[in-house]
Design a protein around this ligand. Structure first.
Ligand SMILES: *Cc1c(COP(=O)(O)O)cnc(C)c1O
Length: 452
């Protein structure tokens, strides 16, 4: 079939015709990024990134006692929010049996679905961003004057009464609102979460239950964000945490890269040419996967490969990178409606800030349909006992398409020049799910044809 040429001058006309055709048909697609560059070429482009990550690491360290005081579940780790990196041998055998040529590759799951406090990858960036607001407000209000590095005062009644005069506002498809709502309310802030109306009811209920205000928007996610951003402008008492533009969110996510390197090393998996790493990262607006990709690349170098995975109906990062237009193109421009069961990934326009930053870092982008997401939820449940939400399994498709699609296989052959791809460590980043209510989880399993 001949690809339909897009109208000259339309955003979609900036895409390769065959790629546009596949995306338009909502087919699972793999795109290899021709713009990927070695780190050695990127010193100027990445200026300030290492410092941004170090700053976030420092903040998480000095604020850890505050988190430990606010959240009893963090007491065992002294306030550090981190997840396990787990081998998944049965699931890996299932992949191999289904024709994914794993050779001597290893498959691991990064268990962010079980991150403490809010049960998703948003606990990294979102809580870090709230801590940054808390520190700045505390400094402006003189709460930290004599305290030096000591931050425990931020969990005091005095601090709470000051924070109560400030509002933290955020636009969210669900999980970001949960992380920011939980952390913001725990510190005593007023919290307003702007959500698209298709966000999950249980997430809205839980937010209201902890005293956050939920504002529902009829339009899509970008529209909800735009309204929230406009309301916060010019009001110093409203701190808007901007999913599309926040450096605090982004660098909070990026801290995961260095921690992952430490976890891999502790498992005897030092990453290098003879053992490359491939990260498979579910992607919405781009902040979480982009941050993790940046952090991993800076921590482990060019042998750390990074891929995003998006719903076939909302492949915004793929569109933005492949066209070079970033937020100048949307899912609707290729005729996609943007709706998906993967609510954490239901984003039709990518972050320009993140897209421009990761354009030379990312190795590729994959898309996945809702049916496969549900099937992988069921498979990871059955094989490994994991409780994941559909968004969290998108990385499985990225791994599968990298090793089985013509575009993915061609990329693997090119990478073989430098890297022993047969011995790669593939990390499926499981981004959320442990807090899904039982009834929702059974629905997903039923959709996959598995009796719950
Ligand atoms: C938000 C989210 C993502 C993607 O993060 P972005 O910053 O939007 O790209 C992936 N998985 C889950 C479960 C999420 O909640």
């Amino acid at each position: 079939m001949i690809p339909r040429p897009d109208q000259p001058g339309s955003p979609a006309s900036a895409l390769d015709a065959r790629l546009a055709h596949d995306l338009r048909r909502a087919r699972p697609t793999f795109w290899a990024n021709p713009g990927r560059r070695p780190l050695a070429d990127l010193a100027g482009h990445l200026a300030g990134c290492a410092a941004g990550i170090a700053d976030a690491e420092g903040r998480l360290r000095r604020m850890a006692p505050v988190l430990a005081a606010l959240f009893p579940e963090l007491a065992p780790t002294g306030g550090v929010i981190e997840s396990a990196l787990i081998p998944v041998p049965a699931f890996s055998a299932r992949l191999a049996a289904s024709g994914v040529p794993l050779a001597q590759a290893q498959v691991l799951v990064k268990a962010d679905h079980a991150l403490p406090v809010s049960g998703s990858i948003k606990a990294r960036g979102g809580i870090h961003a709230v801590l940054a607001v808390a520190e700045r407000v505390a400094e402006a209000e003189g709460l930290l004057e004599k305290a030096g590095e000591e931050r425990l005062i931020l969990a005091s009644d005095r601090a709470r009464s000051v924070f109560a005069t400030y509002t933290i506002s955020v636009g969210s498809t669900g999980n970001l609102g949960m992380s920011i709502g939980i952390a913001g309310r725990a510190l005593g802030f007023r919290v307003v979460v702007h959500m698209s109306s298709d966000a999950k009811a249980w997430k809205k209920d839980r937010l209201r239950g902890i005293g956050a205000e939920v504002v529902e928007h009829g339009g899509d996610y970008s529209a909800a964000c735009a309204t929230a951003r406009a309301q916060a402008e010019g009001d110093p008492r409203i701190r808007f945490i901007d999913d599309e533009n926040s450096a605090d969110l982004f660098f909070g996510y990026a801290v995961a890269g260095g921690r992952l390197a430490t976890q891999l090393a502790a498992m005897g998996l030092a990453i290098g040419r003879d053992r490359p790493l491939a990260l498979h990262l579910p992607c919405g607006v781009g902040g979480a996967p982009g941050g993790v990709a940046l952090g991993a690349r800076l921590a482990m170098g060019d042998a750390a490969l990074t891929f995003t995975a998006e719903p076939v109906q909302a492949p915004c990062m793929l569109l933005g990178l492949a066209s070079g237009l970033h937020d100048g193109i949307s899912a609707a421009d290729v005729g996609l409606h943007g709706r998906t069961l993967a609510d954490g990934l239901a984003v039709s326009r990518p972050s320009r800030f993140v897209g421009r930053l990761i354009a030379p870092l990312l190795d590729g982008c994959a898309t996945v349909d809702d049916q496969e997401l549900c099937q992988q939820v069921a498979a990871l449940r059955q094989d490994q006992g994991l409780r994941l939400e559909p968004s969290a399994t998108a990385g499985v498709a990225s791994l599968r398409l990298l090793l089985t699609s013509p575009e993915g296989r061609a990329l693997v052959e090119r990478l073989r020049v430098d890297l022993d791809m047969d011995r790669a460590v593939h990390v499926i980043w499981a981004t959320g799910g442990s807090q899904i209510p039982e009834s929702e989880f059974s629905d997903i399993l039923r959709r996959a044809g598995m009796v719950a």
